[in-house]
Design a protein around this ligand. Structure first.
Ligand SMILES: *Cc1c(COP(=O)(O)O)cnc(C)c1O
Length: 409
C-alpha cells in the first residue's frame, strides 16, 4: 500500500512556484541596477504597505525584531522603564523590549483569544501600580520602576482587543506599540469608532515581520514599522541606518537594520496577492470549523470574536494529550506545530526576572495544550478532511476536549 501523501504544516513551495517568473524578475532588476540597499524598490514597497495598512508611513527594516526594537526606541520608551506585554508570544517581543533598554513585564491572556486580556491589564495598572502625585507618572509598586508602554500582540493572526487597551493606555499615559508580526491584514472592529481598522494602524507604531513563514513573507529576513507619526518614522529611518539622514553625518548612534532592495521587491510582488491568500486561509479556517461541527466538536475550533477578522497565520486548537496527537500525526505524515511550548515568564532566559510558575496560569495552561494544525493559502479541502479523519482516529471528543476547557468555552 502506498503511504498517504504528506501534508506539510506549512506549504511555502506552492505560492512561490506560482510567482516564480515575477520573483526572478525582481532579482534581475536588482542585478541590472546594482541598487541592493535602499532605492526605488524599498520606497515602492513602503508606499504600498503603508496604503495596505491604512497608515501614513511605513519604514522597511531588517526583521520583525528590528521593527519592534526601533518602534519602542523611536516612540520614546524610557530606558529602565517597564513595558507590559503577554507571556504567550514569540521571544522576539520581549527581546526587543530588553534591547531597547526597558524591562518586560506580563499580564495574562484571555484563554479564548490567546491574546492580552484587557481586564488583566486593568488589574495590573490599578493594583500593581500607582500614579505619582506630583509628576503623574505611573510607578510599579514592587519594582519601583516607571511603567511606560504596552505591547499587545496580535497572535496567530487574531487581533488583540484594542479598544479597552487603548482606553487604558490613554488614561495612564502609556505608549502602545502593536506587535503585528503575525497579523498582516487582520482587522479589528472598533466599537468606540464604529469602524473596522487594520491591525498595525491603531498603536503609536506597529511592528511587522516578513520572515518567510509569515502571511506576507520575504525570501529571507525582512520587517517594517508602520505609524502615522512623521517624527517616529524619521527616527526609525535613522535608527535603521547608523543614525544618519545624510551619509556620514550621524545624529545618533543607530544600527544596521535596513530592508534590502531584493526583499522589498519580492514583498511588493507578494503583497498584491496577500488579500487573496488571507481569504484562502479564512476559508480554510471555516472548513475546519465545519468539519469540527460535523464531528460534534465545535468547541475545538478557535474562537473568533464578532469584532475580529482574523487572518489565521496559525490555526490553533487545544488538546490535553498534545504529544499523543503529534505522534499520531507524524505516523500519518501530517505536520503540526506548537506556538509556543514554554511561556516567556518560564524561559531560562528570564530566570533573573524571578517569575513563579503560577504567575500567569492561563498562558501556562495554553502552552501545555496548544497545537497548530496545517493551514496556508493553498491548503485544499481534501487535505483538511484527512487531518480531521486522523484527529478522529486519534480520539473521541472527550479525549480531545479537556474537562477544564468545557468551562472555558
Ligand atoms: C516572527 C515574530 C517576531 C519577530 O520577527 P522576525 O522577523 O523573526 O525578527 C516578533 N513577534 C512575533 C509575535 C512574531 O511572530
Amino acid at each position: 500500500m502506498q503511504p498517504p501523501e504528506a501534508i506539510p504544516f506549512l506549504d511555502l513551495v506552492t505560492p512561490h512556484a506560482e510567482l516564480r517568473d515575477e520573483l526572478c524578475a525582481v532579482f534581475h532588476a536588482a542585478l541590472d541596477t546594482a541598487a541592493f540597499i535602499g532605492g526605488p524598490m524599498v520606497q515602492g514597497f513602503e508606499r504600498d504597505f503603508a496604503a495596505f495598512c491604512g497608515v501614513r508611513h511605513c519604514v522597511g527594516v531588517g526583521s520583525g525584531t528590528d521593527a519592534l526594537r526601533f518602534a519602542l526606541m523611536a516612540a520614546g520608551v524610557p530606558k529602565g522603564s517597564i513595558v507590559v506585554t503577554v507571556p504567550n508570544t514569540f521571544i522576539a517581543t520581549t527581546e526587543a523590549i530588553t534591547q531597547s533598554g526597558a524591562r518586560p513585564d506580563f499580564v495574562d491572556i484571555d484563554e479564548r483569544t490567546y491574546n492580552m486580556d484587557p481586564e488583566k491589564l486593568r488589574e495590573y495598572l490599578e493594583a500593581h501600580c500607582y500614579l505619582e502625585g506630583t509628576s503623574g507618572r505611573l510607578i510599579h509598586r514592587k519594582l519601583g520602576q516607571l511603567v511606560t508602554a504596552v505591547v499587545p500582540v496580535h497572535l496567530y493572526g487574531q487581533p488583540a482587543d484594542m479598544d479597552p487597551i487603548l482606553e487604558l493606555a490613554g488614561r495612564y499615559n502609556l505608549i502602545v506599540i502593536e506587535d503585528a508580526c503575525q497579523a498582516h491584514g487582520a482587522e479589528y472592529f472598533s466599537r468606540r469608532e464604529q469602524r473596522w481598522r487594520k491591525v498595525g494602524s491603531m498603536g503609536k507604531a506597529s511592528a511587522f515581520s516578513f520572515y518567510p513563514g509569515k502571511n506576507l513573507g520575504a525570501c529571507g529576513e525582512a520587517g517594517a514599522v508602520t505609524t502615522n507619526d512623521p517624527e517616529i518614522a524619521r527616527q526609525i529611518r535613522m535608527l535603521r541606518d547608523h543614525g544618519q539622514e545624510r551619509k556620514y553625518f550621524h545624529e545618533i548612534e543607530g544600527y544596521n537594520g535596513r530592508l534590502d532592495a531584493i526583499q522589498a521587491g519580492i514583498l511588493q510582488v507578494k503583497l498584491k496577492h496577500l488579500p487573496e491568500w488571507n481569504e484562502g486561509r479564512r476559508q480554510a479556517a471555516a472548513r475546519y470549523r465545519r468539519l469540527f461541527a460535523e464531528a460534534g466538536m465545535e468547541g475545538l475550533a478557535p474562537f473568533e470574536p464578532q469584532w475580529a477578522k482574523a487572518i489565521y497565520h496559525l490555526y490553533v486548537i487545544r488538546v490535553p494529550d498534545r504529544d499523543g496527537l503529534i505522534r499520531h500525526f507524524a505516523e500519518a505524515h501530517i505536520g503540526a506545530g506548537i506556538h509556543y511550548p514554554v511561556p516567556l515568564h518560564l524561559q531560562a532566559a528570564y530566570q533573573s526576572l524571578r517569575y513563579a510558575k503560577d504567575d500567569f496560569p492561563l498562558a501556562q495552561q495554553a502552552a501545555a495544550e496548544v497545537l497548530s494544525l496545517p493551514i496556508g493559502p493553498k491548503i485544499v479541502a481534501a487535505q483538511q478532511r484527512r487531518v480531521m479523519k486522523e484527529i478522529l482516529a486519534f480520539g473521541s471528543a472527550p479525549r480531545l476536549a479537556a474537562a477544564h476547557a468545557s468551562g472555558a468555552r
